[in-house]
Design a protein around this ligand. Structure first.
Ligand code: NAD
Length: 452
């Protein structure tokens, strides 16, 4: 069985390398020649742990190739995975044009019966419409089956999640499609990965509703953070206490700056839009609040920062983090980058440091300054904002940084820093919804540090 992967972005590049690791011959196809050139040379054009090694291993052993020709993919593969983007369109609904153009380039060139498997995240009902489109384009005598196999990988853990998925969902309409997907995923199935066999709309909805649920959980705890802030409660302890209930669980209860990235924000809005089109907008009305709570966190940090800067002339802010989450350089709808950009627009001089995302951020926000290290970003800063929770930010030395910055205020918008060393080093430590006692109450500033 030979496999093509169409669209080799974050999802497709990882999927292609993962399929090669499982022993298949794989052709990855993308209409971005620069991306294809990088991948064909064994280089991953974005940051994803373990992917460079997996990619170069299989480019070198010849099992994995990349190209720009959908006609070649049509001749090459028995199973075609669709991994193109489904970005947010102007109305909030998903823009499905990449899917239609990929199929328009692929299907007329097919020379034998095959299975097309959608992995992109799509509004419910898309697969059935695409199946009709495929039927209309398929050459005479060629039978093309269409299945939906949504992807649940997490950026930053994509290789692990591709090779060891926590569940497999196959939306199929024929036994042949189920048989082919069972062949593709035979290793994971042999390892007892749960498999859900279902119809096309259920498979589409599983993915969209999983993301809506995760977004809701994050916005729920952020709504509680808003209450904590005015009542003197502590949202991190609240989340710990909630998380001890295994019906609730602690994951995705990290209050802070909220979610972002190329999936959750657009998937929530696409679900709202799709439900409206189907006449059941009321059913998901609560997702408007989920989205609004999420965006309010960004406003909250921007407002607090501007308040802290007061009437300073030439105010300066150091921003730690630009990626939407750690272990990634993905800045699509990144809360960190939006806060940085909006502070700059408000007249603040903003210097950003992200361990991996300086380059991707500077492509879409060239107006900001970018520093090569966290320490360099803090040089002369009045306020420090911790906006993406990279592990290395937890290991910064607040005593050293004290002599670098001009001001002594840090806002931990991810609630993952330990306030104590910062306060002990004389910083005014602010958090979101978290009870951080003023410095005097936490403990006196070490006189030795004061004189250092
Ligand atoms: P992406 O934008 O990184 O990748 C899409 C790729 O498709 C791009 O490289 C683009 O050049 C290519 N492309 C577009 N039109 C094409 C065409 N006609 N022919 C060939 N290539 C074409 O997006 P992504 O993050 O990889 O997401 C892809 C899909 O997977 C989306 O629907 C997303 O919601 C879903 N998804 C993403 C993740 C994730 O973590 N990134 C996880 C699960 C699901």
């Amino acid at each position: 069985m030979r496999i093509s992967v169409i669209g080799t972005g974050y999802l497709g590049a990882t999927h292609a390398a993962g399929m090669a690791e499982l022993g298949f011959e794989v052709l990855g196809v993308d209409n971005n020649p620069a991306k294809v050139a990088a991948l064909a040379a064994g280089r991953v054009p974005f940051h994803e742990p373990d992917l460079p090694e997996l990619l170069s291993k299989h480019v070198d052993d010849g099992r994995l190739r990349f190209g720009t020709s959908l006609a070649e993919a049509a001749r090459f593969a028995d199973v075609h995975f669709l991994c193109v983007g489904t970005p947010q369109g102007p109305t909030g609904a998903a823009d499905l044009s990449q899917l239609y153009s990929a199929l328009a380039g692929l299907v007329p060139h097919l020379t034998r019966n095959c299975l097309i498997v959608g992995k992109s995240t799509v509004p419910v009902g898309t697969a059935e419409a695409l199946a009709e489109y495929v039927d209309a384009l398929a050459p005479q005598g060629i039978s093309v089956d269409l299945a939906w196999n949504p992807e649940f990988l997490r950026e930053g853990h994509a290789v692990h999640d591709t090779l060891h998925p926590n569940r497999l969902v196959f939306g199929v309409t024929t036994p042949g499609a189920e048989w082919a997907l069972r062949q593709v995923y035979s290793e994971a199935i042999a390892a007892d990965t749960p498999v859900v066999i279902t119809n096309l709309p259920t498979a589409e909805l599983v993915k969209v509703s999983a993301n809506a649920f995760l977004a809701t959980k994050i916005s729920f705890i952020n709504a509680m953070a808003e209450l904590c802030e005015i009542t003197g409660a502590d949202v991190t302890l609240l989340a710990d206490a909630l998380g001890h209930d295994d019906r609730i669980g602690r994951k995705f209860l990290g209050a802070g700056l909220g979610y972002g990235g190329g999936c959750l924000p657009k998937d929530v809005r696409a679900l709202i839009a799709r439900a409206g089109e189907l006449g059941v907008g009321e059913s998901v009305r609560f997702l408007d609040s989920v989205d609004a709570i999420n965006l309010r966190r960004r406003e909250r940090v921007i407002r607090e920062t501007l308040d802290l800067l007061g009437g300073r002339t030439r105010p300066r802010v150091a921003v730690l983090g630009a990626a939407f989450k750690p272990l990634s350089d993905d800045v699509r709808d990144s809360p960190a980058l939006e806060v940085a950009v909006r502070l700059h627009a408000a007249g603040v001089e903003v210097t950003v440091f992200d361990p991996e995302a300086n380059r991707s951020a500077s492509r879409i926000a060239p107006q900001l300054r970018y520093a090569p290290t966290a320490t360099a970003a803090l040089l002369g800063a009045d306020v420090v904002l911790h906006l993406t929770e990279w592990r290395e930010f937890r290991e910064l030395d607040p005593t050293v940084l004290r002599s670098v910055a001009r001001g002594r205020v840090i806002v931990d918008a991810r609630n993952t820093l330990d306030p104590e060393p910062w306060q002990a080093a004389g910083w005014d430590f602010r958090a979101l919804g978290r009870l951080v006692a003023p410095r005097e109450e936490v403990g006196r500033v070490d006189p030795l540090l004061e004189s250092a």
